[in-house]
Design a protein around this ligand. Structure first.
Ligand code: MG
Length: 254
């Protein structure tokens, strides 16, 4: 293939590591004429009925078994799985998926324990960690006060939810999360931060926020380089929080 000199500056620009996140914007939308019938059509997906996974989702927990999960320490899954939900086994450790994910859409449902016990961070605490390190807080925040960046649906330690859409403990609550992983260059320097959009019980609570770094407790978050794909993690914070109907759609890299 011959490359005309006219295109050289663009090609050199695309080769720069820092340009990675801009490439799809530059070439994606504008490479097709408007309304071109030859433009590839999106794949067909059966959206399922309300509450059920779409046909292209990876079902991580649908019935009563934990085949898609293990403990963070590598042991077989020890949390309870019965009656259509998973329950944190306090003190057993965090649960992770056997598969790894990068950019994704995640749906799950959770319920805080009844009767409610403890106050603030001690009340039904768990957490949904994308890539084992970026936490959307799970907490009973129904008529229960804690620090804003640590309540239910907060990006823990970084962004309080826009509103508190919590349901009462014992009731099933939904999270729908769109996550884009951070990008690092070849020497491990951050090129673009992780981003998250979160709906809590169908209410928008995180609007495409740019994460400051990996979740940390009591200190500012910061990034350190990690693989492009890592497991989803559910946190054991010592409370018998329940989860059900967990599914993931992998998103195309952009
Ligand atoms: Mg937590």
């Amino acid at each position: 293939m011959t490359v005309s000199h006219r295109h050289l500056p663009l090609i050199l620009l695309l080769a720069l590591p820092g340009f990675v996140s801009l490439r799809p914007v530059a070439l994606g939308a504008q490479q097709w004429p408007i309304h071109d019938m030859n433009r590839p059509l999106p794949p067909v997906v059966d959206p399922g009925t309300a509450g059920r996974p779409p046909s292209d989702a990876v079902v991580l927990f649908g019935t009563d078994e934990l085949s898609q999960w293990r403990m963070k320490n590598g042991q077989p899954a020890q949390w309870k799985a019965e009656h259509g939900y998973i329950e944190v086994a306090p003190g057993s450790g965090d649960l992770v998926t056997t598969r790894s994910f990068g950019d994704c859409q995640l749906h799950l449902e959770w319920a805080a324990p009844i009767p409610p016990r403890g106050e603030g961070q001690e009340r039904g605490n768990s957490g949904v960690f994308l890539m084992e390190r970026y936490e959307v807080q799970v907490l009973d925040s129904y008529r229960s006060r804690t620090y804003a960046d640590g309540q239910a649906a907060a990006v823990y330690g970084q962004f309080p939810p826009l509103v508190n859409a919590s349901r009462a403990p014992g009731e099933w609550q939904e999270y729908d999360i769109v996550f884009h992983r951070p990008r690092f260059d070849r020497v491990g320097k951050l090129v673009s931060p992780a981003r998250m959009t979160v709906f809590h019980n169908r209410v928008l609570v995180q609007d495409d926020v740019e994460l400051v770094g990996a979740t940390a407790h009591g200190q500012r978050a910061k990034y350190s380089v990690h693989p492009d794909r890592l497991p989803l993690l559910l946190q054991d914070h010592g409370k018998p929080v329940r989860y059900r109907n967990i599914w993931m759609r992998e998103l195309p890299e952009r």
